[in-house]
Design a protein. Sequence first.
Length: 335
Amino acid sequence: MVAVLGAGPTPYPAAMQQLAYVFPGQGSQAVGMGRALADGSPAAAAVFAAADRALGEAVSGVAWDGPAERLDLTENAQPAILAASIAILEALRERWAAEGLEPPVPAFAAGHSMGQYSALVAAGALDLEDGVRLVRERGRLMQASGQGRDGAMAALIGLDDARLPELVAGASQHGVFVVANRNAPGQVVVSGERPAIEAGAELAKSLGARRAVVLPVSVAAHSPLMAEAAGGMRVALSPVAFHDPAVPLLANADGRPIETADGCRTELVEHLTAGVDWVRIVERMVAAGVTVFVEIGPGRVLTGLVKRIAPDAEVVPADDPVSLDRILSLATVPA
């Protein structure tokens, strides 16, 4: 049983207004993730065991032993990241309990792309078992979506955000071209049809980008080419039970609060074809008073992005043993 971030008779329990939990998405995976944690934490081991049972195969084995080529497959990476992220959260809760502390209730939880599923599980809006099954189906549908239309993505570094409308207008003359991820100031990922992406990469350089790299992927994530995947996910989500989240979640596209079960379901469909505006999400949390971000998941991708967006914020990666004392200090002693 995965413990959720908060509970109580009011819509949300008393939260630490300065604290937020953020959950990484695909790309944060690495062979071996979560293995040492599961060896030392019964709570973390139970999460991986539950994920294995839900999928009918050992996703834990892929996460722990690889090989990397197998783990990097979308259908494996996404459930493995979700399991590793929730395992980290449960290990933290286990440690807080051992210290006689009440786990903190964050003011917000937010996930980057596929990390939104981890955020929903953590907030009690979605069961872990349903979550890993859904992200596996999500990966399968994404890979199949847009067949016959050569999809591509590119990373642009150092382009002034003010030039993005000009870039989109120019590249769109060559096909579908959208901003898939606004990850940090001057760091975006674009997505769409390959001719448009290749043209856009060249145009970005002329507009001042320091680097424009077409990525080695065949899926145009967070673009209209994912319309078939979005339709498939709507069908896959329909029989799944959702609950109102125990803490506010923030939508990928615009950072608006997600506070109901229906809102969670809608988000998981819409974010396949819409972009991820991580800059706006972080800025909205900071504006609401958040000063401490805990990245719950493998790797440090969001730690770096949050520091670029909000340099004065404290960012604590939960997969870092050195940070454990700081994370423990966020909890409170029961009254």
